[in-house]
Ligand binder design. Structure first.
Ligand SMILES: Nc1ncnc2c1ncn2[C@@H]1O[C@H](COP(=O)(O)OP(=O)(O)OP(=O)(O)O)[C@@H](O)[C@H]1O
Length: 297
């Protein structure tokens, strides 16, 4: 669904200053995948989401989504792409919804359909997110989680292939966050829609199949869920209630130029916080990084 290679985004602040928000980012996302993007504040998560959604254009690199090359699109085709391929959900509901309209009116509003069909489709979408019973409630009467579900219904209006959500559980409690995640999971499985969620919420990421971490505008590591075959659990584990068959493995990402980001704590542990020179050796099929100062032979 998404193929992103060496993606760059430079914001020009004034004549003399610019910010490199994305510095050669690589990301591949399969059709029908549901994954999360994490990273510190300022690492480039929202910038990436804006590029994926066609809200802004990359400076350089390759970005192909659903077979469309986003760097080569005309302005007109970019509008069509935004309308037909992607659905957005923002953390801030004011960006998604209008408080004095009812839930169903909010869902109807952005749709291009006419008359009865529009109302029927809006009700159908609210049903998909489990909110048909509140369709005639004004937005201001709905809880944060319910409002977020209305936002999800809106994002589905044009049957997008890709849903992009920026901190969708940022303003709700843990229980509501779980419920919203369930809605995403359900849509992902029933409609096969690809879902990319940017989040700070580590609890939420535990429930994802894949988490990509971004550091300084680049993909730094990937965390992938692994299921154990049932046979690896013995009866003792199961009777102790330890039948959790899932774990997450973390991988560093090697970019197309062979670069890899070494976790800061690893560098610190070999006394590399001040130096930028590291010795690389190949030892029995392993690549080993050594602080040259400690390399006593
Ligand atoms: N429109 C813009 N003009 C100039 N600089 C920008 C613009 N948008 C983002 N930046 C800069 O690009 C870098 C990445 O910002 P971005 O908002 O993508 O980070 P983020 O990971 O989403 O952060 P947060 O978690 O705080 O939302 C930051 O240094 C930011 O200041």
């Amino acid at each position: 669904m998404i193929s992103c290679e060496n993606l760059m985004k430079i914001y020009k602040i004034d004549e003399d200053h610019e910010v490199m928000a994305l510095q050669g980012l690589d990301l591949q996302v399969d059709d029908g995948e549901m994954m999360a993007i994490i990273g510190n504040s300022g690492s480039g998560k929202s910038t990436l989401l804006n590029m994926l959604g066609g809200l802004d254009r990359p400076t350089a690199g390759k970005l192909i989504i659903n077979g469309v090359d986003l760097l080569k699109l005309s302005d007109k085709d970019l509008i069509t792409y935004k309308r037909d391929t992607v659905g957005f959900i923002w953390q801030n509901n004011a960006r998604n919804l209008i408080p004095y309209l009812t839930a169903v009116e909010n869902v109807e509003l952005p749709m291009l359909l006419k008359g009865r069909t529009k109302r029927e489709r809006a009700i159908q979408l609210l049903e998909m997110v489990g909110l048909k019973h509140r369709m005639n409630s004004k937005l201001s009467m709905l809880s944060g989680g319910e409002q977020q579900r209305v936002a999800i219904a809106i994002s589905l209006a044009n049957e997008p292939k890709l849903i992009l959500a920026d901190e969708p559980t940022g303003s709700v409690d843990t229980k509501t966050a779980d419920m919203i995640l369930e809605v995403f999971r359900d849509l992902n499985q029933k409609l096969g829609v690809t879902i990319v969620i940017v989040t700070h919420d580590l609890e939420l990421t535990k429930k994802m199949d894949r988490i990509v971490a971004i550091r300084d505008g680049k993909t730094s590591s990937e965390i992938i869920k692994r299921s154990y075959p049932e046979a690896t659990f013995n009866q003792e584990d199961v009777s102790n209630g330890n039948n959790n068959q899932e774990t997450h493995d973390e991988y560093a990402v090697l970019d197309s130029a062979g670069r890899v980001q070494v976790p800061r704590e690893y560098l610190t542990s070999i006394g590399m916080e001040k130096s930028n020179r590291v010795k690389i050796t190949l030892e029995s099929g392993r690549i080993v990084l050594v602080n040259p100062k400690n390399d006593i032979k």
